[in-house]
Design a protein around this ligand. Structure first.
Ligand code: NAD
Ligand code: 13P
Length: 422
């Protein structure tokens, strides 16, 4: 019997937290997983301050490689300070080396960086690997919109599911209790334990960066049908029978902790869209709170945001999306509540209004290298809606975009959404 090697691609605030979770579980389940987990780190220099417990007189304030610091002190001092990481978690600065021999790939980095990283590992991964995308965003080009799970899967020739939920990383890293949703729905060829109908999304797209060639190379494997009955270009290679199956049970075992409860579903589109679109709503919620309009106004933004999220899902992913995912799953309504209470998008938006500066200025000043996803997602979704001439049908998404782009001011928000209300 072989075991699955697990790699996490990304090591930011959430990337490091998910790495901690899966490394705790691989250690507890050596019958399914190789205990050692590699975490790819975008290498950078860090200086350890004098007041840190890791300050070393002999190094002083000389810059050190972040990977060396993580592997020495088992702490990501820059993106997840104060949290002890398991010693079976290895920080690796080479993404190609980190994914070598891994049959489970977890993608967890800000969405603006995934194109380049995917291009680097294309053709260098185990052909029967399966992925889980923890990325909250959508991939938009002139050709259309796709989910990151779908875009990563098609680009690399593998199947990729999605994890999303009401999951503020720092709370989970401190082992505070919460739930999450994992959508995973490969064709039945993978396992007989959880065969379920295939769920993919209708619109496909390609990389925006002309330097990157992510065209799909057929692998030796089986073709499968997507949700609209079309034959997918990706030929999936079945997981060899010497390995434990890569099914719901295995992924639940990999991700669930006593403080992190996993709900397994098959609606990849709903889970992915919930995580992406709530970031636009969180910016709107931050704007109204920054304007001093209070909790009733914030709740009205959340309500309208939820309606626009469901409408967007039904309009553009109707073959697969299940509206209940938005209303009953952690990846839907719960993530909206959390993100509009203390998420980074919400906080930066409210501080930007209070200080009369742009959200980008607050992001650079307050987040110490962490990246907002809402500002880029607002602009990407808007450019997609514009192509379809549907900006007016999504008054909140459009208003948030127009404010981020500087076409309107924060003070215009209510007027914009009242005027364009459905
Ligand atoms: P983060 O905001 O902490 O981002 C910083 C990361 O980006 C660092 O690892 C940094 O090394 C990396 N980076 C910087 N420049 C880069 C480059 N040029 N190429 C590649 N990497 C580069 O990241 P995060 O919080 O781990 O977010 C990852 C995803 O998880 C996002 O889609 C986010 O929406 C989602 N998410 C975040 C949280 C949270 O609470 N932080 C919770 C749930 C989901
Ligand atoms: P922010 O990126 O706005 O902090 O949201 C984190 C998150 O996704 C919580 O579920």
């Amino acid at each position: 019997e072989k075991r699955h090697k697990v790699t996490v691609i990304g090591s930011g605030n959430w990337g490091s937290t998910i790495s901690k979770i899966v490394a705790e579980n691989t250690k507890e389940h050596p019958e399914i997983f190789e205990p050692e987990v590699h975490m790819w780190v975008y290498e950078e220099d860090v200086v350890i301050s004098k007041d840190s417990p890791h300050y070393d007189e002999s190094v002083g304030d000389q810059p050190q490689k972040l990977t060396d610091v993580i592997n020495k002190y088992h702490e990501n001092v820059k993106y997840l300070p104060g949290i002890k990481l398991p010693s079976n978690l290895i920080a690796n600065p080479s993404v190609v080396d980190a994914v070598k021999d891994s049959s489970i790939l977890i993608f967890n980095l800000p969405h603006q960086f995934i194109d380049r990283v995917s291009a680097q590992i294309k053709g260098k991964i185990v052909p029967f690997a399966r992925g889980i995308s923890c990325i909250k965003g959508v991939h938009v080009t002139d050709e259309g919109i796709s989910l990151f799970s779908e875009w990563i899967g098609d680009g690399l020739g593998i199947y990729c599911g999605a994890l999303s939920g009401a999951n503020i990383a720092s709370e989970i890293a401190a082992e505070k209790w919460c739930g999450t949703t994992i959508a995973y729905d490969p064709p039945p060829m993978d396992s007989s334990r959880n065969p379920s109908p295939r769920a993919t999304t209708p619109i496909r797209s390609s990389a925006t960066d002309p330097d990157i060639n992510l065209s799909i190379t057929p692998l030796e494997g089986m073709q499968h049908k997507d949700a609209r009955g079309r034959t997918s270009k990706t030929k999936l290679v079945p997981v060899p029978s010497e390995y434990p199956p890569l099914d719901h049970e295995t992924f639940q075992t990999l991700f669930e902790r006593p403080y992190f409860l996993v709900s397994m579903v098959s609606d990849v589109a709903g889970v992915s869209l919930g995580g992406a679109l709530k970031n636009i709503v969180a910016l709107g919620a931050g704007f109204v709170v920054g304007l001093g309009l209070g909790d009733n106004a914030k709740s009205e933004i959340v309500r309208r945001g939820l309606l626009e999220m469901i409408k967007f899902g039904k309009e553009f992913f109707k073959e697969t999306v299940q509206p209940e995912t938005f209303t009953i799953e952690s990846a839907g309504v719960a993530d909206l509540i959390t993100s509009c209470s203390s998420g980074r998008n919400f906080r930066c938006a409210s501080h930007a209004v209070e200080q009369g500066v742009s959200v980008a200025e607050i992001e650079a000043k307050e987040l110490n290298g962490q990246k907002l996803q809402g500002t880029t997602t607002a602009m990407e979704v808007h450019s997609f809606l514009k192509v379809h001439n549907m900006e007016k049908d999504y008054p909140l998404f459009t208003a948030v975009n127009d404010i981020i782009e500087g076409k309107n001011t924060y003070q215009d928000l209510l007027q914009l959404i009242n005027k364009r209300r459905n």
